[in-house]
Design a protein around this ligand. Structure first.
Ligand SMILES: [Zn+2]
Length: 447
């Protein structure tokens, strides 16, 4: 729910570039044998350039029309359901936080944390209690959203037991990282008082940087087994593409994501020396080489264009604005409900649910802005990927695969508000525009 979500904002950064994803049930793997890559499907007639010309809009339409209506309806339902889940998640989380405040439970958890003499540690003790209660109260929604619903749409490979184990690990990470974060934030707040929002945002940035830097080396390995790219099916062309873009072989990784999900994906993660591009095994097992190259080139775009660093700065500004907004309302509400909530001042951990409530409200309202920040970076990576891989048809095919869990053709406002990646239609159109402008890649050569 809201509390772990606050911690998850750290992972939002590294997930910033969660690349092209697709969801096809995994074939049973043949132990030991090297399976060939998926074969290359020819482009639809309107996108082939066989007539000597290529109209980007018609070519994109031809690709989009390859999607069977039943599949399209299913992914639209999954994605649109996600809009409502964002609202329900926000409302449910807010109700939980108000319950903690209104029943005085938050103040009692604070009292309990003060049994530990060492003042610096008290916010961490409070955090453990807070995390425990919010996780427990948020559990039903979490089961529905992250386990049951994923299975309804054939997107998960986890048994319920496996899923629970992952939740437990995630909770442990939230407890440790969140505990350190609240200790730092409350230590600063005790010193600077009403200027807490400014210093708190700076501390928040440092924490996000730290989380993003350790994520690929300390957090991801808790859940999966990343290894340096060794898949012989792609090692030569993918590392060649990497070298051409100034990226070393040691920075390209593969990961056993099929343990959790059927989604095909790749991402760029890490910071301050831990940077890496990771291709997941669903991508390696189910895509053709031009598709893999187009995804890889997209991820290289994130890497070369320093999107993780830029995203960190942009999110830092959003946090600063949010903390400032919280600071404007916190004291007013605290005084008004002092008798019931028993929050002493901003440096009292008992006020954490109020801070979380105000901040998550701000973040909820900022959803279109945050989505747009991420989507713009994704569009840049798309164009970088097309330019460096020269695989517009591979990229169009990958965008089609996305239709398993992303609505392909949203309205313009819908895309601006809810999409943290360009929609399938936008991506395929960009690919076909690129292709139309590069006739040397498809036009019959004159003798
Ligand atoms: Zn991306």
């Amino acid at each position: 729910m809201t509390a772990p979500r606050l911690v998850q904002n750290a992972t939002v950064l590294t997930a910033l570039c969660a690349g092209a994803l697709l969801a096809v049930p995994a074939p049973a793997s043949a132990e030991g044998a090297i399976r060939p890559l998926a074969s290359v499907a020819p482009p639809p007639a309107a996108a082939s350039g066989a007539s000597g010309t290529l109209d980007p809009a018609a070519a994109a339409r031809a690709y989009l029309d390859e999607l069977p209506p039943a599949k399209k309806a299913r992914s639209d339902a999954y994605f649109e359901g996600g809009y409502w889940l964002q609202l329900w998640g926000f409302l449910y989380g807010s109700a939980v936080l108000l319950l903690l405040l209104g029943t005085g439970l938050s103040a009692r958890m604070r009292d309990l944390s003060e049994r530990v003499r060492w003042k610096a540690v008290q916010p961490a003790i409070y955090w453990f209690l807070f995390l425990g209660v919010t996780t427990l109260l948020g559990f039903p929604l979490s089961v529905y959203q992250d386990w049951w619903r994923e299975h309804q749409y054939d997107l998960s490979n986890l048994t319920f037991g496996g899923w629970m184990l992952e939740q437990g690990k995630g909770l442990l990470v939230s407890a440790i990282l969140g505990g350190l974060a609240v200790m730092a934030l409350y230590a600063v707040t005790r010193r600077v008082r009403e200027r807490w929002w400014l210093w708190g945002a700076l501390v928040g940035m440092v924490i996000l940087t730290f989380a993003a830097a350790i994520a690929p080396v300390a957090i991801v390995p808790l859940f999966n087994s990343p290894t340096r790219l060794a898949d012989p099916r792609v090692v030569v062309p993918v590392l060649s593409l990497a070298r051409a873009n100034g990226i070393g072989a040691g920075e390209v990784w593969e990961i056993d994501a099929s343990k959790q999900t059927t989604r095909m994906s790749a991402n760029v993660s890490g910071l301050l020396g831990t940077e890496r591009i990771t291709l997941n095994d669903n991508l390696l097992n189910r895509a053709s080489l031009p598709e893999i190259e187009s995804v890889m080139a997209h991820e290289m775009g994130h890497y070369v264009l320093n999107h993780v660093y830029k995203g960190l700065l942009e999110f830092g500004l959003v946090i600063l604005l949010g903390f400032w907004g919280v600071s404007l309302l916190f004291e007013r509400l605290r005084v008004r409900y002092e008798a019931r909530w028993r929050i002493r001042d901003i440096s009292d951990p008992a006020g954490l649910p109020l801070v979380a409530l105000l901040f998550s409200t701000f973040m909820f309202l900022m959803t279109p802005v945050i989505n747009t920040i991420v989507r713009v970076a994704e569009q840049e990576a798309d164009l970088y990927g097309l330019n460096s891989s020269g695989q517009p048809d591979g990229f169009a095919r990958v965008a089609l695969h996305l239709s398993e869990y992303r609505k392909m053709e949203p309205g313009p406002i819908e895309e601006a508000f809810f999409y943290d990646h360009p929609s399938g239609r936008t991506r395929i159109l960009a690919a076909m525009r690129w292709k139309a402008e590069h006739p040397e890649t498809w036009a019959p050569r004159s003798p």
